[in-house]
Structure formats: C-alpha cells, structure tokens
Design a protein around this ligand. Structure first.
Ligand SMILES: [Zn+2]
Length: 53
C-alpha cells in the first residue's frame, strides 16, 4: 500500500513512507499555498493521507 495526498489545487503526492510524504506535502504547501503555512501542520497533513494500492 502507498500513502497518497491529493491537494485542493490538483497536486497529488504518493510515497511508501508516510513521514516522507508529509514532508513532501509541507514543501508543496510552502511553495504553492504560502497563506496556509502555519495552519497546515504535520498532523493536519496526516489527516489528508489516503492509502492506495
Ligand atoms: Zn496545493
């Protein structure tokens, strides 16, 4: 199973390792959604994670 996050902007990230995925998504938020930095914490990102085959 892989961990996947789909952002509201259409960005999608997929990783086997959830911790790496969380970091990848936080980097995306920094780049694409600077207004959300501070609001989107690692815990929030973990709530977005879906498991995909
Ligand atoms: Zn996005």
């Amino acid at each position: 199973m892989q961990h996947q996050v789909s952002c509201e902007c259409g960005y999608r990230a997929r990783e086997e390792d959830e911790d790496i995925l969380v970091k990848t998504v936080l980097t995306h938020v920094n780049d694409a959604h600077p207004d959300l930095v501070g609001e989107v914490t690692p815990e929030v990102v973990r709530g977005w994670v879906e498991l995909v085959p």
